[in-house]
Design a protein around this ligand. Sequence first.
Ligand SMILES: [Zn+2]
Length: 142
Amino acid sequence: MSRPYIPKTLRQKVADKAKHRCGYCLTPQSFTAMPMHVEHIIPFAAGGPSTEDNLWLACPLCNGYKRDQTYAIDSVTGEQISLFNPRQQMWSEHFRWSEDGTEIIGLTTCGQATITTLKLNNKYLIRARQRWVMAGWHPPTD
Ligand SMILES: [Zn+2]
């Protein structure tokens, strides 16, 4: 299935609303050497529309791990847990930064499932965040 065309004006509107950063790991576009993806929160493959209310920014790492998933299975209970929805939910209600600012801590089952599924504390992000902290650029305060 080919990816849908998203008009440039809609991409810009989504990027502006997302503050030009990944909705999951909060990595700013200006910190990466690769363009952010405009992702479908409800996957296109699952019938999610290419409308503003279903689109958000995701970095290539997060979008690559998320793929077409909207939920995770709890390894202990077998329960289906919805992944974080950056358009409808507040990041700070589901996550916080570790004391040193390099890791994302899950505050809810949704937050924890999203950290695990999208590998929000993968070694590449941790190494980058360590340097961003040293530079005084990280963690974000909003
Ligand atoms: Zn990300």
